[in-house]
Design a protein around this ligand. Structure first.
Ligand code: ATP
Length: 296
């Protein structure tokens, strides 16, 4: 079995003894080489999970292993772009990239870093403090990618980019993943945006991992159905059901063949995610071995 890129075991974090848990009972395994979406609403625990993986936060309970070791040891092999994109405001773009090269001797890939910066027509002589939010994101991504990380952790990387820049930078990320087998983990609220790029999902809600696994497997395990109101849905696992007039609509995990007179369809990733988030009591499907496993 290959070493997972990220592995959490009963991981939990709370900020202070009396505080609520920001993240709790979080267990999953992300194989290397995947592009993984970390989705969930505001305050779900996405940033906390990424900060624990970088070692910037210490767990209150449980463990997280990164590239087969502890987060501090793995740090030289990990790139991280924080939601706040911390950069030195007084440095120019060129000086920032030089700093990236100095901090990563033997690993630094100047061509990739320059390609990311050039894609935004950024003047290398401009100071970081005079850049827009989206331009800073571009520099932060250039720094993280120039490091040639084996694992790239991105917290809301696309939030302040315009649609063109988003598309272009997503392309850069995907080509990096394909060329170097980089594992990418990126958080976002916009699930539809991740559907085309990501092959794995970690859905965090209320501080717990609600769903985890290969997106294709998760979608294939669920069916959208429309049946006459009052239809019994047993023995199927119901994630969500709603009756409007004479019609019952539901998202199920079928336990066997469905009646031929039900209308059925495969949900979109967004439908799946929203159904689980609207229904906190819905349980996750059992994970397949050697894919991301949730045991929340
Ligand atoms: N430094 C901190 N001190 C105290 N509480 C914190 C701290 N950081 C996060 N929290 C709390 O932990 C919980 C999870 O926050 P987190 O930032 O991980 O969520 P998130 O899913 O990234 O949210 P968003 O999508 O809004 O960025 C929230 O209730 C938040 O208030």
């Amino acid at each position: 079995m290959t070493v997972p890129a990220l592995e959490a075991e009963a991981l939990g974090k709370r900020f202070g003894r009396r505080a609520d848990w920001a993240l709790r009972d979080c267990s999953f395994r992300l194989p290397a080489g995947r592009v993984c979406a970390v989705a969930g609403p505001n305050g779900a625990g996405k940033s906390t999970l990424l900060a624990l993986a970088t070692g910037l936060l210490a767990p209150t309970e449980g463990t997280v292993r990164v590239l087969g070791t502890d987060p501090a040891t793995a740090r030289p092999r990990v790139g991280f772009v924080d939601q706040d994109k911390p950069l030195y405001p007084q440095l120019t773009v060129a000086e920032t990239l030089r700093m990236g090269a100095d901090l990563n001797p033997g690993r630094w890939d100047p061509d990739t870093a320059r390609r990311v910066v050039d894609g935004g027509d950024l003047d290398p002589g401009k100071r970081i403090r005079s850049l827009s939010g989206g331009q800073r994101t571009r520099v932060a991504l250039a720094l993280a990618l120039g490091k040639r990380p084996e694992l790239l952790l991105l917290d809301e990387p696309m939030a302040d980019l315009d649609p063109l820049a988003r598309h272009e930078l997503m392309g850069v990320l995907m080509s990096q993943a394909a060329a170097h087998g980089t594992t990418i983990v990126m958080s976002s609220h916009v699930v539809a945006e991740l559907e085309d790029s990501c092959d794995h999902l970690l859905l965090v809600g209320g501080g717990r991992v609600r769903l985890a696994g290969e997106i294709d497997d998760l979608l294939a395990a669920h069916t959208r159905v429309v049946a006459p109101a009052g239809t019994g849905l047993a023995p199927h696992e119901v994630v969500e059901s709603r009756t409007t007039g004479r019609q019952l609509s539901a998202l199920l995990r079928p336990a066997g063949p469905l009646p031929a007179d039900w209308r059925t369809g495969t949900p979109s990733l967004e439908e799946l995610v929203l159904s689980y988030l609207r229904n906190p009591a819905a349980t996750a499907p059992a994970a397949a071995p050697e894919t991301t496993e949730a045991a929340a």
